[in-house]
Write a protein that binds this ligand. Sequence first.
Ligand SMILES: [Zn+2]
Ligand SMILES: [Zn+2]
Length: 439
Amino acid sequence: MDFFTHIESEHHKERPTHHNDRMDEPRPLAEPPRRAYARLDRFDPDGAGGGRVAYDCIDADWFDEVGREVRWLGDPSVAEIGERISIVEEEQDSEWAGELEGVWFELDFETGDSEVEQYLNLFAEPLLRSMSAREAPPGKTDELTAKTGFSEEIRDASEGDIALLLGSLPTPGPAAVYDVGQGSSNAVLRDGIPVLYFDVGGGATSNTKTYPVPLRRFCVTEDPPVVLSHWDWDHWSSAYRDRRLLDLRWIVPRQSGRMGAVHTRLLGDLHSRGRLLVWPGHLTSISVRGLVLEQCTGSPGDRNNSGLALVLEGKVDGKDARMLFPGDAGYDNVRSAGGDFTSIVIPHHGGRTPTTQILMSDGLGVGRLVLSYGGGNAYWHPFPDVGRDHRRAGWKRRLHTALRDEQGLGHVHLYWDEADPAAAPPCHGQHCDLSCHQR
Ligand SMILES: [Zn+2]
Ligand SMILES: [Zn+2]
């Protein structure tokens, strides 16, 4: 078993039908490491002066001995790397870590008394450990940096490649914001079928329990491309729940300076399939038949605010209308975030963003404000003041993916006309679990 093997947590597991059938029991995890090299992946402030730190880790003893010979940690031919990566999470009552995102640390689990959770698998319960952390030595930092992120052979796509791909898609209709627990996954629909995904994330590590039990299969009928807003596991983790998503074409932002070994494994899995398109460095935005992809303007070290955003353009009663899917980027960092919008998905699950403005609602009856998060998540999203600021900006009708119906799902559909019939998947849920639960 490796880090990406989809284990259903105790919370999700169905009762085994045979008492002596142990096949569904997870195999024992690899020996937990004594030390790890870890990139401080992100800090999520809790709004009360503290927050949660996540480290993206590779076993240090393994890296020092075997990893020396490995050219790039994304190399899928070195399968054992999957058993050498982990994620460590720690509650903090200060905000120091916010300044250190992207820095390499050495974590020592034999000394120190900081209590942390170590996830040897993206979807399983953590080990409770204690550790001390110090910055990795400079030579080691250089070696780790060279072996993570985008390897040299992964070149940018051309603007033409991306235009061609977007141009080949059916004309967009309504949109969907899926209930994936604490995370994000959206789609542009045509005849109820996803023709483009914007993120395929979901609750992972400490938020795995927020993922909805009934969502097992996404829809790949139209071979829809996946646009990744940015490299955070709550925006891509469901590709390892339904691995058919890994086989789709992916458009990803180049955020090399911030990627540890876990993200690098996803990049390697995508690159090896030969369908990866890396957003070109010079391209600020591209617009094809009402589908607009934009490079966000945050500094390259600021992962949430320097990825990709999606704008959909349509008509409401013959007038121009827009929907915005900003991922985790604050409005100030989204190029077309001026004026008003018909519908938006609130940035960063209703958590903190560095923004000076709140986008206004255009007041159309079909418009919605959507909050994509999982109830009881470890980050306390959404923050009440973020909701209040949006109410003041005219957003009256709001939908929460976390508010599930009796089927246990809260998928949201966004339309251009309130009279539109529900854009239900034509398979009626026989091949996917993406039906409409709120609109
Ligand atoms: Zn993020
Ligand atoms: Zn996020």
